[in-house]
Design a protein around this ligand. Structure first.
Ligand SMILES: Nc1ncnc2c1ncn2[C@@H]1O[C@H](COP(=O)(O)OP(=O)(O)OP(=O)(O)O)[C@@H](O)[C@H]1O
Ligand SMILES: [Mg+2]
Length: 320
């Protein structure tokens, strides 16, 4: 039986937008709206969507780095409140994040040894216990203990990202959130880092939330995919089903825009930008850019409905 590692119900994140000389809050921007999903133990859930759709905001909210204006979080069956310091400590002991930029996410003034030991000492581990954990974690990410006395600038991007992953893994989290961890790396190094993540998942049974722009990587690594547009889930389901037969035109457009080497089948570029197509208050947020739009798409809110075992927020392809 699969155990549910994480459950998020109705998460909304609103950022205050300040203006004027006094910097008063003038309005709010909703970066994530009423978003729900679950993650099973050992599962890899990919989150995809265009730049600005709220992927990082969602990840940050999970580890208490972005404010929850609504929603509930359950970790291994226990309801926790990310706004409470005590609960946040528990959340971060089980869920850790790896950041996109391996160059700015490591403190240049600390040796790798210091970078890896501080989180352990802060959690109350002795130096001896910490050394054992660090050695085991470095082996997991394919690095030797020789790296410990060096500073981050002495490493390549791929090595730094492995150190970043090691820093998140030393605390033995059950869930690792990877926010575009390979996008700053060249293709061969990307493959090494992805292999490390895949091995960690197999060996340690850790669940991964994998944020990416790259559908090929998603296809290779993930079990399920959540497609986001303007803060909302547009489609969610098993990767093989969603990529083979997308139920939402937005997912279809994302898949069709993947660059290929085949000149006879060039990628189809998705027209417009979400910024210039402000969401209508009613109906589908993607409707202004959707080629398959029908009048009903903008008339009333559209729910996520299960079609062929895939959840989709689209009036087309519905069984009724
Ligand atoms: N601190 C903040 N204050 C106000 N708005 C913010 C803040 N952080 C993010 N946003 C806005 O929230 C939206 C979602 O941002 P987010 O960084 O989550 O997108 P993303 O999907 O991760 O994009 P990318 O793929 O480029 O990383 C964007 O419109 C962004 O401008
Ligand atoms: Mg981001």
């Amino acid at each position: 039986m699969t155990t549910e590692a994480l459950k998020v119900n109705g998460l909304s994140v609103r950022y205050p937008l300040r203006g004027g000389v006094l910097g008063r809050i003038q309005h709010f921007f909703t970066a994530v709206e009423d978003l729900s999903f679950s993650l099973a133990e050992g599962e890899v859930l990919a989150i995809v969507g265009e730049s600005g759709c709220g992927k990082s905001t969602l990840a940050q909210a999970l580890v208490g780095l972005a404010p929850w204006s609504a929603g509930k979080l359950t970790l291994f069956g226990e309801a926790l409140n990310p706004a409470s310091r005590k609960d946040l400590k528990q959340i971060r002991s089980q869920m850790q994040m790896v950041f996109q930029d391996p160059f700015s996410s490591l403190n240049p003034r600390q040796t790798i040894s210091e970078i890896l030991i501080y989180p352990l000492l802060a959690r109350g581990f002795s130096r001896g216990e910490s050394a054992i954990k660090i050695e085991k974690t470095l082996a997991l990410v394919g690095l030797s203990t020789d790296v410990l006395s060096r500073f981050p600038h002495a490493f390549s991007g791929g090595q730094r990202q492995r150190i970043g992953i090691a820093r998140s893994l030393v605390l033995s989290p059950k869930i690792l959130i990877c926010d575009e961890v390979t996008s700053a790396l060249d293709v061969s190094v990307q493959a090494q880092v992805l292999q490390v993540l895949d091995e960690i998942r197999r060996q340690e049974g850790i669940s991964l939330i994998f944020i990416s722009h790259d559908m090929q990587v998603v296809r290779a690594l993930a079990d399920r995919v959540l497609v986001m547009y303007l803060g909302q889930v547009m489609e969610m389901g098993e990767v093989s089903r969603v990529l083979a037969s997308p139920k939402h035109p937005y997912t279809e457009a994302l898949i069709k825009s993947i660059p290929t080497l085949d000149r006879s089948a060039p990628p189809e570029i998705l027209d417009g930008e979400w910024v210039s197509t402000a969401p209508s208050s009613t109906g589908c947020r993607f409707a202004p850019r959707c080629k398959k739009r029908i009048p009903a798409c903008t008339e009333k809110p559209i729910d996520l409905v299960s079609v062929d075992f895939v959840l989709s927020r689209c009036l087309l392809n519905r069984p009724f």
